[in-house]
Design a protein around this ligand. Structure first.
Ligand code: ADP
Length: 722
């Protein structure tokens, strides 16, 4: 009897063997159900062994196989590679690939009704109402029709029996409409056309190629990759395209733009989808019918049937790095996936990550450059406002220079955007009487004051309480005071300065849902807002034609905190924010408030010298052996009791294998030393590029026997050191 080796969506180190029942055809990649303990579990066939393989072994049979195209060999290889690279069990990667298991089944079917025109033998008043509602109503479910007519569903069913209504079975999650590749895109500028042609040539030639689409904000990178998408879909009628975007940039605006270009919206994949939308996207991607999928980082793990092009837009964005559960960097993994699929990959950015820039210089990626905005739009002028020389008044956050700029902008009938990456009113609350800083219970995180809701909120754990009247520490009345600025406080200042201006806040608190965001963006686009005050949520993807002034309230906030990419991130974020200004005919400018105008990131920003900045950054990282010139891994331990986690951390340190050139720092308390009652310790591991650091981490951690309450996680290429 043949034997199938099955990998389950469980944290198990190995696949298990099962016999293949008579009449069941199984190939590698098939999705199956098979018993693990008392239950059937979802798994995938890794290998099928020959007829005699089951002889003499007591194996259970496979229970069922799903009628879905099996996972292709390149994806299976990717899965194994990703597991090794991220130091996780392959089953955990498989479970990321199978995140919508309902999608394994065909779409559920629902009965809908439409009028046939035939008259029922007996036309009672309720029947009359139901027929009137059905006419012109299209296909409606019994419940919809009954509700529209104000009758019971029995009336609807009764009419169907008489033949006056026709019952039609409809798939509840049908395939997405196909993109129309015959539509013409924008008339490209010469520079854009050059880039599009080079991409088209690589697409027609086939095979793996990687591109860096390096273009200033608003230079038409999206228009150019639209051409690459169209070319891919035309070249192969079964080809699929994946567009990865930072979650925050996955807005209605970009979906609408795709729809305008291809006549149909792409299949979406992001964390805000409900189970029904999720299973639909998954099913369509796996059957190969969804030709364009646009998603956040986890969309990389879907088992596409015929993936031919991957686009990673805003490739420098750190939200491509996942830190919960399996930690991975979707951009880096996407390059490997493209290689294994023999597909093309385009990394697009105005401010490429140093890692990407170095790969482009080394010739591993072909650089396509877009140096200008099309038409009259040009890049904004960026001026640093030296807060040491021109500070705001006491208790205020906007310097006279910025205020003047806002007054002029308002006078000219144009819009301003103030950027401050801090939600709420004040990032810290202290007691004037006893000096206590209010923290989230069981942690070291400060609580942020939110005035609109009257609450104190922990942005790390989500803990929230109404602002107390008395200090919880000393009991003093009315002594709690918010310190430092958040967007709400800046809005308060602007209201006092420009009482006639229409002012709004754009943060995840004011634009929580898709609808709220849409409405805010629309009002901004239509000029119904004069001053928008926003967190990083405004930095990406929006086109506000009448926005001509960007003010950065606190450019230095991102530079604090010892993160190796702090300077790079600040440069990227601020140039992106500044890039929101002057996207149409009117020129834009940006005023960047800083206490550190001599910092290289600030200097480069003002000089619009991105490459100069990358050169400095590169030298520093090369000298220190930091990525991409060396490798890093994080090892994070946590336990409810501090002495337990400390003891285990020392044991783990002692168990570290020898590795040529491997340096281990720690254990040390993590900067976020307590989260949800768990005490955390970190190691940072550094090695030369030549060391396979994933293999080293596997060798180290696989042998460890940890006490039950201790949790350990490995983070290869860490981006957060908290
Ligand atoms: P990027 O992706 O580089 O930020 P976009 O592709 O979003 O740039 O282009 C910025 C704006 O300019 C968009 O509104 C886009 O439609 C417009 N645009 C870009 N290229 C062209 C072109 N060749 N013709 C007309 N409009 C263009």
């Amino acid at each position: 009897m043949p034997v199938a080796r099955i990998l389950f969506t469980l944290p198990l180190p190995e696949p298990f063997d099962y016999t293949v029942p008579e009449g069941m055809a199984l190939a590698p990649g098939a999705y199956v159900a098979a018993p693990v303990g008392p239950y059937d579990r979802l798994g995938m066939v890794v290998e099928v062994l020959g007829d005699q393989a089951g002889a003499g072994r007591k194996l259970k049979p496979v229970s069922a196989v799903y009628d879905v195209p099996p996972m292709g060999a390149p994806m299976r290889e990717f899965l194994g590679w990703a597991a090794k690279y991220t130091v996780t069990h392959p089953g955990m990667i498989l479970s990321m690939a199978l995140r919508a298991r309902d999608g394994l089944l065909p779409s559920p079917v629902e009965t809908r009704y439409r009028a046939t025109g035939a008259a029922p033998p007996r036309l009672t008043p309720p029947r009359q109402k139901a027929l009137a509602a059905a006419e012109g109503g299209g296909l409606m479910s019994a419940a919809e029709l009954a509700e529209a007519a104000g009758v019971s569903t029995a009336v609807v069913r009764g009419l169907a029996e008489t033949g006056a209504l026709e019952a039609v079975d409809v798939e509840t999650d049908p395939p997405y409409p196909a993109p129309d590749v015959s539509r013409a895109g924008a008339l490209l500028t010469a520079e854009q056309a050059g880039a599009a042609n080079e991409l088209a040539a690589a697409i027609r030639a086939g095979g793996y190629t990687a591109f860096l689409l390096d273009g200033v904000t608003g230079s038409g990178k999206t228009e150019v990759y639209f051409e690459a998408i169209a070319e891919t879909l035309k070249a192969d009628p079964e080809a699929q395209v994946l567009v990865l975007l930072p979650e925050i940039a996955l807005t209605q605006a970009i979906l609408t733009r795709f729809e305008a270009r291809f006549g149909a919206a792409p299949a979406p994949w992001h964390s805000g989808m409900n189970p029904k939308e999720r299973r639909r996207s998954w099913r369509e991607a796996v059957h190969g019918r969804a030709r364009i999928v646009i998603g956040a980082r986890s969309a990389l793990f879907l088992p596409y049937r015929n993936l031919k092009l991957i686009i990673v837009d805003e490739e420098h964005d750190t939200s491509f790095k996942q830190e919960d559960g399996v930690s991975y960097h979707a951009r880096d993994l996407a390059v490997m996936r493209a290689k294994l699929e023999e597909a093309r990959i385009i990394l697009a950015s105005a401010t490429p990550a140093l890692e990407t820039a170095v790969n482009a210089e080394a010739g591993r990626y072909t650089r396509l450059k877009l140096s200008a905005r099309p038409g009259a739009a040009r890049l904004p002028d960026i001026d640093l406002v030296d807060l040491r020389r021109a500070p705001p008044e006491r208790g205020r956050w906007l310097s006279p220079v910025l205020v003047r700029g806002m007054v002029e902008t308002l006078g000219a009938g144009e819009q301003s955007l103030l950027f401050l990456n801090r939600r709420g009113y004040a990032p810290l609350v202290i007691c004037k009487a006893c000096g206590e800083r209010l923290k989230s219970p069981g942690t070291e995180n400060w609580l942020t004051e939110h005035r609109y809701t009257g609450r104190l909120v922990c942005h790390v754990t989500g803990y929230s309480i109404p602002k107390p009247a008395n200090c919880p520490h000393c009991g003093a009345a009315d002594s709690l005071m918010g310190v430092g600025p958040g967007v709400e406080r800046v809005a308060e200042e602007v209201r006092a300065l420009l009482p006639e201006a229409r002012i709004e806040i754009f943060s995840s608190d004011t634009a929580a849902g898709g609808e709220a965001t849409r409405s805010l963006v629309e009002r901004m686009q239509q000029g119904e807002i004069d001053v928008l005050i926003g967190t990083q949520i405004v930095a990406k993807g929006h086109n506000f034609p009448n926005l001509t002034l960007v003010g950065v309230v606190d450019a230095d906030s991102g530079l604090k905190g010892g993160d190796l990419r702090a300077g790079e991130r600040t440069y990227q974020l601020l140039s992106q924010v500044a890039g929101r200004a002057g996207r149409a005919e009117r020129p834009g400018r940006a005023l960047v408030q800083t206490w550190a105008p001599d910092n290289p990131a600030m200097q480069a920003l003002a000089a619009n010298d991105r490459d100069g900045y990358l050169r400095i950054e590169r030298e520093v990282r090369a000298e220190l052996g930091l990525p991409p010139f060396g490798r890093l891994a994080g090892l994070i331990l946590s336990a409810p009791a501090p002495d337990l986690v400390d003891r285990v951390a020392l044991e783990i340190a002692a168990a570290a294998p020898n590795g040529e050139g491997v340096e281990i720092y720690g254990p040390a308390p993590a900067p976020l030393s307590v989260i949800r009652g768990r005490h955390r310790r970190r190691f940072l591991i550094k090695s030369p590029r030549t060391v396979d650091l994933s293999a080293y981490m596997t060798a180290w951690t696989a042998r460890l026997k940890l006490p039950g309450p201790v949790r350990l996680s490995v983070d290869i290429d860490p981006y957060s050191f908290l």
